[in-house]
Design a protein around this ligand. Structure first.
Ligand SMILES: O=C[C@H](O)COP(=O)(O)O
Length: 256
């Protein structure tokens, strides 16, 4: 059975004190309330990575994620962080290709390919984001091909053994932070198409093992329906991951 994952992307939020309080609440609530088979990933800004892991070391289903890594191994790249540095801080996952990175930092499919390689070479699990813009969705056709194309461009150079280690996050750009959520039918349609696309390259067995998360204004009121879709394996959560109650309730949205 493929993994059910709820990842919280804090983006550029939370001071040290706020972050510590949030993690401690999430850890305590998860212990009592969340099925231990749900993989929970906390992705705070870089400075929090230094202390965060120690706060949930005893909890086997909570993992640490970063929000980005550099495409090179090391060197004179002021302000950047490599995958090997992240690994040395016990980071497990790294979000790559988020639409905010693509838009504000001009990250291309080609660059993301290199970042994915760095992540895998350092035993980090990439949470690879893909998704179409509002204009592409409103055009009414071609958006599924566009999103599958992002996977082709940045991930299809991987061997099947490498691809099996990747988590995909479908995040329609028009749903991120807007309050507009994809309907469960829209999410299911895209997730099924992505799985079919992966199967065309790596076979059905591997495609069936890949976790594909949904992201975009996910909240406790809509995740039960979204997570009930056969091809939706969890969520990449932005705003709602900053509130412990909401994040925990989202992690409780799976039907078993
Ligand atoms: O990485 C998370 C996504 O960008 C979703 O953000 P959101 O839940 O605030 O819409």
């Amino acid at each position: 059975m493929r993994k059910k994952i709820v990842a919280g992307n804090w983006k550029m939020n939370m001071t040290k004190e706020e972050g510590q309080a949030l993690i401690s609440e999430v850890v305590n609530m998860a212990k009592d309330e969340v099925n231990s088979q749900v993989v929970m990933v906390l992705c705070p800004p870089f400075p929090h990575l230094g202390y965060a892991k120690k706060m949930f070391q005893s909890q086997a289903n909570i993992f640490l994620g970063a929000q980005n890594c550099h495409e090179k191994t090391s060197g004179a790249y002021t302000g950047e962080v490599s995958a090997s540095i992240l690994k040395s801080f016990d980071v497990d996952y790294v979000i790559l290709g988020h639409s905010e990175r693509r838009e504000y930092f001009q990250e291309s499919d080609e660059l993301l390919k290199l970042k994915v390689d760095q992540a895998l070479a350092n035993q980090l699990t990439p949470i690879f984001c893909c998704g179409e813009s509002l204009a592409q969705r409103q055009a009414g056709s071609g958006f599924i091909e566009f999103v599958c194309g992002q996977i082709t461009q940045s991930l299809f150079h991987l061997s099947s053994e490498q691809f099996a280690k990747v988590v995909i996050a479908y995040e329609p750009i028009w749903a991120i932070g807007t309050g507009l959520t994809a309907t469960s039918a829209q999410a299911q349609e895209m997730h099924a198409a992505l799985r079919k696309h992966i199967a065309s390259q790596h076979g059905q067995k591997l495609a069936d093992e890949i976790s594909i998360l949904y992201g975009g204004s996910a909240k406790p009121s809509n995740t039960p329906e979204l997570f009930a879709c056969p091809d939706v394996d969890g969520g990449l959560i932005g705003g709602a991951s900053l509130k412990s109650r909401d994040f925990i309730d989202i992690a409780k949205s799976f039907k078993w």
